[in-house]
Design a binder for this molecule. Structure first.
Ligand code: 13P
Ligand code: SF4
Length: 368
């Protein structure tokens, strides 16, 4: 029996007003070890039999990440997931992540079939930026270059000039600023503000946020740092300004992982979804990873940073979609063709400049 969780997220209208809306996610209970093993073996066989490859995000369950690696797939950030899926020769891509990642894979590889363990796994940034309201917002600012974060629907991407991920957003906005462009940014207000601070670009913002990263607390983080004075603080840029202010490094999931693997410190306080710690611990076993706090003194859960929609990716759901061809991602042709342009622009830029590769680590110039 799965459990259903309810969440609030911010919804903006075209005039910039906001309201709080609700979403839900369901999470399956842990499996007994023998059952888990049986399902894992069946998934491996089904991947081979169906000429399918598993592409997982760092935030999904560690068992699914391990299966992706063991079967020749990948575990990556959203930028690398897009590239890997586009370049792989498999007929079927199984995307373990959230819906926008499956849609991006389909937009880049329309000839492949894309499946997801649960099509209802979404993202508060995507939910909080409906295509119609977003389009009206763009209509109100026709002089601006439209830059959208990957965490949006295909229909929102179809309205954009550029798509970015957190791995290459800073480089792309700097490039646009150098060309004298004014920017309309959506939907993550924290990432947008961080980029604006770093680049000085002229940006107007959609008012969305990530329900996971938005919960990190700056004051609690500084108290934790006092307990671990030698620790490096690593922060995903979807976090609030008060958290970013304490960071030694701000970066995408891959950048944070690289920082732990290659950094000199032995302790790291990390402000992002705790799903990433699985890979951090595998690749840097001698380093201590400490969860950044999401709540104050009196809270029952002090480090609750786990995306409820990423958690909807279960081993059972994965096997079910492979065996029954359920959870297929379909994007209408006209939307797909329009959305392709902004994604392809980002991938070409990244290929030409190296933005979003390991060299694209983002030092937090504003850190104390
Ligand atoms: P990355 O692009 O860093 O993988 O982040 C995606 C995401 O959803 C972060 O919350
Ligand atoms: Fe969206 Fe936040 Fe979940 Fe990432 S962690 S998928 S931004 S809700």
């Amino acid at each position: 029996m799965s459990m259903t969780h309810h969440f609030d997220y911010t919804l903006q209208n075209a005039q910039g007003g906001t309201c709080i809306a609700q979403a839900w996610a369901k999470v399956e209970p842990p499996l007994p070890a023998s059952e888990k093993y049986r399902i894992q073996q069946s998934i491996k066989q089904a991947l081979a039999a169906k000429n399918a490859v598993l592409i997982a995000h760092y935030y999904v369950d560690g068992d699914i990440q391990d299966l992706a690696i063991e079967t020749g797939g990948c575990v990556a950030d959203s930028l690398e997931m897009a590239r890997f899926g586009r370049d792989h020769r498999a007929d079927n891509l199984i995307v373990a992540g959230v819906r926008f990642m499956g849609e991006t894979a389909k937009i880049l590889s329309p000839e492949k079939r894309i499946f997801m363990p649960d099509l209802e796994a979404t993202c508060s940034l995507d939910l909080g930026c409906p295509a119609e309201a977003f389009s009206a917002f763009c209509d109100n600012h026709p002089d601006r270059t439209v830059v959208v974060y990957a965490n949006t629907s295909a229909a929102v991407k179809a309205r954009a000039d550029w798509m970015v991920t957190s791995a290459c957003a800073l480089a792309i906005v700097s490039h646009l600023k150098d060309q004298g462009k004014k920017i309309l940014w959506a939907p993550d207000r924290h990432l947008g503000r961080y980029i604006q601070d770093q680049t000085g670009a002229d940006m107007i913002m959609w008012n969305g946020d990530c329900i996971v990263h938005n919960e990190f607390k700056g004051e609690e983080l500084s108290m934790l740092k006092k307990l671990h004075p030698g620790a490096q603080i690593l922060v995903h840029p979807e976090s609030p300004e008060s958290v970013v202010a304490h960071a030694d490094l701000v970066g995408s999931t891959s950048a944070l992982l690289n920082a732990v693997i290659h950094g000199d410190a032995t302790q790291y306080i990390v402000a992002t979804d705790k799903g990433l710690f699985h890979r951090m611990q595998q690749l840097a076993p001698s380093k201590q990873i400490i969860e950044a706090p999401t709540a104050g003194e009196s809270a029952t859960c002090k480090s609750c940073a786990h995306c409820p929609w990423m958690a909807m990716n279960s081993l059972n759901g994965l096997l079910h979609c492979l065996e029954n061809q359920t959870g297929e991602i379909l994007v209408p042709t006209s939307t797909r063709e329009q959305a392709y342009r902004c994604i392809d622009r980002m991938l070409s830029f990244s290929r030409q400049t190296g933005a979003g590769t390991a060299h694209g680590l983002v030092p937090n110039l504003g850190a104390a």
